[in-house]
Design a protein around this ligand. Structure first.
Ligand code: 8YV
Length: 340
């Protein structure tokens, strides 16, 4: 393709529709290198509104808050040739539909691995050590005396941690948990090579993993096969008094089953950073003392959010330069647990 005055291929003008407000450093580079339509007020819009706004744009830079299903893809204006999502998860995008229309879709793997694994450990420790109740005791002024029995939690050192989904984030959780003296078990579609497994114990079936998991961390993507993975039967297989952590997606959990198990004491506690239908969530989570909650903050550090934005921009730059996008999803239709 011939280059136009701005250095972009002639057929493309670098017009990017940006659906959410992004970190200042990312926005500055967007404005320097492209011709973006920004959303400085961070207005949430309907798919129909985004479709209308997309007219005349070459690319869309979106977040996991924008649902782009088959109908959305079918109705996207012909000008749109690429979608870069500011997330590692991409269940909100019909990648097959995009591929059918020759639209490239990219995501942001790797850059949020450490932050999300940190959040997993935060949720694990907070749930095990009753951080929610302890914090409330201090803040409400109800802490009047120290006793040997107050708010006793679940001991972490020496316990078995089952990791469901041993992709990048699952492995980063394993690295951290080893430092806490935990024994690592995992289930994945395929067994990892020894240099990635690092002594973690592989279970060919999720059922076997559940049976040994005194702690269970969900680190698999929101693929159809993982929908409500943690249901009544799965919870029934966990050892009594287990602690469950979810920093992946709310859709992996059957809320009724989890809440019932936490209420009747089958499970000791849960640490949840993600919820089905968030930011709405099952109201019972708000009042259960043994649930530690966070509002989907897994990747929420300054450094990580900048890196996620720059990852999107690197993919956009490659696309506009006519080069392969480093994090394209289109040719990886069989992504599963390993993709996070
Ligand atoms: C993001 C996430 O913050 O990247 C993901 O898949 O779940 C989060 O860490 C969020 O989705 C941003 O779009």
């Amino acid at each position: 393709m011939m280059s136009a005055a701005n250095g972009l291929p002639r057929a493309l003008s670098g017009k990017i529709l940006v659906t959410r407000r992004l970190p200042p450093n990312v926005t500055a580079r967007l404005q320097r290198d492209f011709n973006p339509t920004l959303n400085p007020e961070d207005v949430l819009r309907t798919p129909a509104e985004w479709l209308q706004l997309a007219n005349g744009h070459d690319a869309i830079l979106c977040c996991a808050t924008e649902w782009m299903d088959a109908q959305f893809m079918a109705n996207l204006p012909g000008s749109v040739r690429m979608i870069a999502t500011f997330s590692v998860g991409y269940e909100h995008i019909d990648v097959a539909g995009a591929t059918a229309r020759n639209i490239i879709v990219t995501h942001t793997p790797e850059v949020l691995t450490d932050a999300t694994a940190d959040m997993t450990m935060l949720c694990l420790l907070a749930a095990a050590r009753r951080a929610r109740e302890g914090d409330a005791l201090v803040r409400t002024g109800e802490w009047s005396v120290w006793t040997t029995e107050m708010l006793l939690g679940v001991h972490v050192t020496g316990k078995r941690l089952g990791i469901y989904g041993m992709g990048r984030i699952g492995r980063a959780v394993a690295r951290r948990a080893r430092g806490f003296g935990m024994e690592i078990h995992y289930h994945n579609r395929t067994r990892l090579a020894p240099e990635l497994e690092l002594g973690a114990i592989y279970h060919e079936s999720a059922e076997r993993l559940l049976a040994v998991s005194q702690f269970l961390s969900l680190n698999a993507p929101a693929a159809a096969q993982n929908d409500k993975f943690l249901n009544e039967a799965a919870i029934g297989r966990l050892p009594d008094g287990a602690v469950v952590v979810n920093t992946a997606r709310g859709s992996l959990v059957d809320d009724d089953a989890l809440i019932a198990a936490l209420t009747r004491g089958k499970l000791a506690a849960a640490g949840l950073d993600v919820f089905a239908g968030e930011p709405r969530l099952d109201e019972r989570y708000r009042t259960l003392a043994n649930v530690f909650t966070m509002p989907h903050l897994g990747s929420a550090t300054h450094e990580t959010r900048d890196a996620m934005g720059f990852c999107c921009l690197d993919n956009l730059s490659a696309f506009f330069a006519g080069k392969p996008c480093p994090n394209a999803l289109n040719d990886q239709a069989s992504h599963d647990q390993d993709s996070r």
